[in-house]
Design a protein around this ligand. Sequence first.
Ligand code: SF4
Length: 166
Amino acid sequence: MKPRIATIWLDGCSGCHMSLLDMDERLLALADRIELVYGPLVDAKEFPENVDVTLVEGAVATESDLRKIRTVRENTRLLVSFGDCAVTGNVPALRNLLPPDSVLDVYEVAPTEVVPGLLPVRPVHHVVPVDLYLTGCPPSADVIHETLLALVEGREPAHLAPRFGN
Ligand code: SF4
């Protein structure tokens, strides 16, 4: 059975997913060996059960992110913090220099209906246990490819960052 792979995008710029697409023709070879079950490239509305590997781009910055990452963790065997925003908070965490709701002051009429509640920005492992850390802003396509290939083949990926405390 092919490994079930998902990707998800929390508070990030999409650059990590763009780097994933930069694998170019290697994506086609990989696509034959995996089942991509969720992510921006898949038309699935709900995060599925029994996912083998999920790449999580972005930090946890809103109540919506928090709900999503808890659902992802409950349904994922190997959770990968994918890129520096997920690993450290990175750029989104600059918002922590201000009180959370003060960033809404830039709006003449602050949106209330469609903006999820803002939380202090946290790296993923501050919220749920993380199994692997893929650093870089973004991680290069080569590193992403080697990591996914290793996971599909049951090897330890070569490009592992030191573990952070969960
Ligand atoms: Fe964007 Fe860099 Fe964050 Fe990835 S790590 S989401 S490229 S800012």
